[in-house]
Design a protein around this ligand. Structure first.
Ligand code: NAD
Length: 256
C-alpha cells in the first residue's frame, strides 16, 4: 500500500488553477493532503482539478489585495482550523527592456509576486501549526540568469528570496520553516505567453545548449521539489533556495 506522505496535512497553494501551481495541488492531493486551491480568475480550470483530485477545495482571492487574502485565511480557519503548508506560487511576468520601464506593469509585478507573497505569508502564519512549511516559488531570474528584458521581474523574485530567508529566521521560534524554489524555464502559460513563437523556439534551443541536463523544465520537476520541502524529509532544511533549472550555465554572476 502506498504511504501517503501528506496524510492529515492541510495546504494552501496560491495560483493553483494552472501551470506549476496546478501540478503542486495535484501532487499534494495524491499524497493525502487537504489542499485549498487559490485562484483569481480561472474558476472553470480550478473546478476541473477539484472534480478529479481528492480533498481539493477552491478558494477565490486576488493575492495582491490584502483584504482578500485576510478573508481567504479567515475562511480556511473557519472551515478546517489550521494550515501546515503554504505554497506562494501565484505570480506574473511582464517583460520589458530596462529603458522601456513601464511603471504600471512593474508595480503590478511587485504587487502580485512580492506583496502577494508577503500578505499570504503573514496571514497564513496566524493559523499555522508547529512544524509548518512555507514554500515560495521564486525564480532563477532572482539570482541572476542572463535572459534579456526580465530585469524588473527578476527584482520581484530577488526580493522574494530575501523575504524567504528573513521569514525562516523570524518564524523559527514557532517551528515554521520557510524555503524557496527557484525554477528555471518551465513550459507553462506564463513562459509561452511571454514571447512570440519564434522567440520561444530560439529560447528553447538556447536552453538545451546552456543547461547541463540538456532540456527545459516541466511542472513535475518543480512539484517534486515542493513535495520534498512540504514533508519532514526536508525537516533540517530552512531558509534555503533550491534552484530547479537543470543546471543552467548562463548566470550573470559568473559572466559579468
Ligand atoms: P502561470 O501563469 O501558468 O500560473 C500563475 C498562476 O498565478 C495562474 O494560475 C494565475 O491565475 C495566478 N495568479 C496570477 N496573479 C494572481 C493573483 N493576483 N492572485 C491569485 N492568483 C494569481 O505561470 P507558472 O509558470 O505556473 O508560474 C507559477 C509561479 O512560478 C510564478 O510565481 C512564476 O513567477 C514562477 N516561475 C515560473 C517559471 C516558468 O518558467 N514557468 C520559472 C520561474 C518561476
Amino acid at each position: 500500500m502506498k504511504i501517503m506522505r501528506l496524510k492529515d496535512k492541510v495546504a494552501l497553494v496560491t495560483g493553483g488553477s494552472r501551470g506549476i501551481g496546478a501540478e503542486i495541488v495535484k501532487t499534494f492531493s495524491k499524497e493525502g493532503a487537504t489542499v485549498y486551491l487559490n485562484y483569481n480568475n480561472n474558476e472553470s480550470k480550478a473546478r476541473s482539478i477539484s472534480e478529479i483530485y481528492n480533498n481539493v477545495k477552491l478558494i477565490k482571492a486576488d493575492v495582491s489585495q490584502r483584504e482578500q487574502v485576510s478573508k481567504m485565511i479567515e475562511y480556511i480557519k473557519e472551515d478546517i482550523g489550521f494550515l501546515d503548508i503554504l505554497v506562494n506560487n501565484a505570480g506574473i511576468m511582464l517583460n520589458m527592456p530596462i529603458l522601456e520601464y513601464d511603471e504600471a506593469k512593474v508595480r503590478k509585478m511587485f504587487d502580485v509576486n512580492l506583496f502577494g507573497t508577503i500578505y499570504t505569508t503573514i496571514e497564513s502564519a496566524k493559523i499555522m501549526r508547529e512544524g509548518s512549511s512555507i514554500i515560495n516559488i521564486a525564480s532563477n531570474a532572482g539570482i541572476g540568469t542572463s535572459f534579456m528584458n526580465t530585469t524588473y521581474y527578476s527584482l520581484t523574485k530577488a526580493a522574494v528570496i530575501n523575504f524567504t530567508k528573513r521569514v525562516a529566521l523570524e518564524l523559527a521560534n514557532r517551528k515554521i520553516r520557510c524555503n524557496a524554489i527557484a525554477p528555471g524555464w518551465i513550459e507553462t502559460d506564463l513562459t509561452i505567453g511571454a514571447r512570440s513563437r519564434e522567440e520561444t523556439e530560439q529560447l528553447k534551443k538556447f536552453l538545451v545548449e546552456n543547461t547541463t541536463i540538456g532540456r527545459w523544465g516541466s511542472v513535475e520537476d518543480v512539484a517534486k521539489v515542493a513535495l520534498f520541502l512540504a514533508t519532514e524529509d526536508s525537516g533540517y532544511v530552512n531558509g534555503q533556495v533550491i534552484v530547479v533549472d537543470g543546471g543552467r550555465k548562463d548566470y550573470l554572476t559568473h559572466s559579468i
